[in-house]
Write a protein that binds this ligand. Structure first.
Ligand SMILES: Cc1cc2nc3c(=O)[nH]c(=O)nc-3n(C[C@H](O)[C@H](O)[C@H](O)COP(=O)(O)OP(=O)(O)OC[C@H]3O[C@@H](n4cnc5c(N)ncnc54)[C@H](O)[C@@H]3O)c2cc1C
Length: 569
């Protein structure tokens, strides 16, 4: 029988709440077949549940533990992640408690050799990066789930077996009160990097694992440095290796250091070893003797692995269960949000019969493409942070030593921060639009660009939850033929809103009118004249844009996005 720990986990700064397990004896058996069961209450599972709920699709979330994540784990969240979290209703809590930042400093042998500056445009609501511990993120997501009547969370429920049929999956769930079977039309495997479901289906990941281990130690300490990323290459106390430091909320700092080759993770986590290294790091930054207390520590190694297909019959993989990516450049949870956002709307459309299974194949193709792009980028970061022996190390060391005297090599220190993947070649993109004719603005597959409309009012605040047609007009109404297409789509159940941009007065036929007196939205979207439009998918990525829109083209673009024709293999 599954017995998850019932003692609250230790933490200096976070009060763990132990939830009561969901026990089969307290509920009628056998359970009815569910629409969607999500295994895992990490970032991927919870954002998927919230996205599905936005589209009116219920889900049951099963999670083996009784409390949120052990330790801080993911601590850096990107702007795009915040935009996704805004969509599911937790951005405010994150911003209220997190630490925003945008600078990074790289040091080589004690000398500062590179200062990274992430751009922060006044048109963006969120900072490029926000630091907050993963426990808080999970707590805010759980609170949002609790507010939804469409999400049922079962604590202490561990999935132990999976069987598939053509139209459903059956799982065996073990709990502190015994096990029970559960059927579901769709099973979302968001059960993390060690996914038992991935193993049960005997699926192999593709890619590479890198040599070398890193220790993560979170310490409570009073340091007066600003919230900026600090990277130290080849420091005196840890020759040839790399150390990272990040400020976290609640008086916590993360010290993340590479181990010399041959040292085992078990030895590295011994209290004496941790103390000696953290003291050495503090001495190096001029803070010798500052008192500190360890909160949590762990060891990780970099891997760049992905499943080649995230759709396996009725089982859909997402987050770390689908891929294992190095955390350098803040991948990990940031990638999981994009996976979950993509899966949420595409699964919802299939469940509701608004699209065929090809939409799920598209989800897989898009997100596997994203993982492969990240693997390529993160592989470069990983080879710079922890170069394998031979040529890579020779090159990295040459960059380090040249950087002391030569400005031109310093940008090579840039850590290639996680960025949203553009679905440039998605089959959902409209082939007959004017994408190629635009001189500016987000192109096919790109996420939208935000624009400040008033001191605390941004374009993205008004978008999301379905398809959005951004229609640029100064006229009094949306032309009748366009309105007819919109009405016909809505009659089929397709969520589609018309956002008129430009007119000073409400535009008839639009759900929202946003005035654009200085033409700032127009400029950002490369719109030369009234009558132009963008069609955004429910995950806000662009799937069509036109310099002049007519009803035939709008209809064709929506058809393309809803009933994509898969390329012949
Ligand atoms: C030690 C460590 C440090 C990390 N540091 C960073 C970092 O600094 N930056 C960063 O971006 N990322 C970091 N990560 C990665 C980040 O935490 C993950 O990428 C992120 O949590 C992925 O979310 P997920 O929902 O896919 O998986 P997870 O967060 O791992 O969630 C998996 C969920 O599945 C549940 N589960 C597992 N098996 C079962 C089962 N059989 N039945 C029911 N439930 C099950 C678990 O209880 C959990 O709720 C770190 C990870 C670890 C382990």
């Amino acid at each position: 029988m599954h017995q998850p720990p019932t003692e609250p986990r230790h933490s200096i700064y976070y009060d763990y709440r132990v939830h009561a397990p969901w026990l089969p004896a307290d509920h009628p058996q056998p359970q009815p077949r569910q629409t969607v069961v999500i295994v895992g209450s990490g970032p991927a599972g919870l954002v998927t549940a919230l996205e599905l709920a936005r589209h009116g699709v219920p889900s049951v979330v099963l999670t083996s533990e009784l409390q949120v994540s052990q330790g801080s784990r993911a601590i850096v969240f990107t702007r795009r992640s915040m935009e996704i979290l805004q969509q599911v209703g937790v951005a405010e809590q994150m911003t209220a408690h997190g630490l925003p930042w945008r600078f990074g400093n790289s040091y080589y042998r004690g000398q500062k050799v590179f200062r990274m500056e992430a751009s922060h445009d006044p048109d963006d609501r969120f900072w490029p990066m926000l630091n907050i511990q993963q426990q808080y993120l999970e707590q805010y997501l759980l609170e949002a789930c609790a507010d939804s009547p469409l999400i049922a969370l079962r604590w202490g429920n561990k999935v132990t077996q999976v069987r598939q049929a053509s139209d459903h999956a059956t799982i065996e769930v073990d709990t502190p009160g015994g096990s029970y079977p559960l059927e579901t039309q769709w099973l979302v495997a968001a059960d993390g990097g060690r996914s038992g479901i991935r193993s049960a289906l005997n699926l192999q990941m593709e890619g590479a694992s890198y040599e070398g281990f890193f220790v993560i130690a979170d310490i409570q300490i009073d340091l007066l440095f600003p919230t900026e990323r600090l990277a130290f290459f080849d420091p005196e106390w840890n020759p040839d290796n790399t150390i990272l430091m990040h400020r976290e909320p609640h008086g916590i700092w993360r010290v993340d250091y590479q181990l010399p080759p041959g040292e085992s993770p078990e030895d590295a986590l011994q209290p004496d070893s941790l103390k000696a290294r953290i003291d050495a790091q503090l001495a190096m930054i001029g803070c010798a003797g500052t008192p500190w207390t360890l909160d949590w520590c762990s060891v990780y190694s970099a891997r760049t692995l992905t499943l080649p297909d995230y759709v396996q019959g009725r089982v859909l993989f997402t987050g770390d269960a689908a891929h294992l990516l190095p955390i350098f450049g803040v991948r990990g949870a940031n990638t999981a949000f994009q996976d979950a956002q993509s899966l949420g709307w595409q699964l919802a459309f299939v469940v509701k019969g608004l699209a065929g299974p090809a939409l799920l194949a598209n989800h897989s193709a898009e997100r596997v493409g994203a993982a492969r792009e990240i693997i390529d980028e993160a592989g470069k970061s990983t080879r710079f942070m922890a170069p394998p022996a031979g040529g890579f190390k020779l090159l990295r060391d040459a960059v380090l030593s040249l950087s002391l005297t030569h400005e031109f090599v310093r940008p090579l220190y840039h850590w290639r921060t996680s960025r949203p993947h553009a679905y440039t070649h998605s089959i959902l993109n409209s082939p007959g639009d004017d994408n190629a004719l635009f001189a500016a603005g987000p192109a096919h597959g790109a996420p939208p660009q935000n624009v400040r409309l008033a001191p605390d009012d941004f374009l993205l605040d008004h978008l999301g939850g379905g398809f959005d047609l951004l229609y640029f007009t100064e006229a009094a109404q949306v032309p009748d033929p366009l309105q007819a297409v919109v009405q016909a789509m809505r009659a089929r159940g397709v969520p589609l809103r018309v956002v008129a941009i430009g007119a000073a007065q409400p535009v008839a036929g639009a759900d929202v009118t946003l005035a654009d007196p200085q033409g700032r939205v127009r400029a950002r979207y490369g719109v030369p004249a009234s009558g132009a439009a963008y069609l955004l998918r429910p995950d806000q990525h662009v799937c069509a844009r036109w310099l002049t829109l007519d009803a035939t083209r709008l209809h064709a673009a929506l058809q393309q996005a809803l009933q994509p024709v898969l390329p012949v293999a």
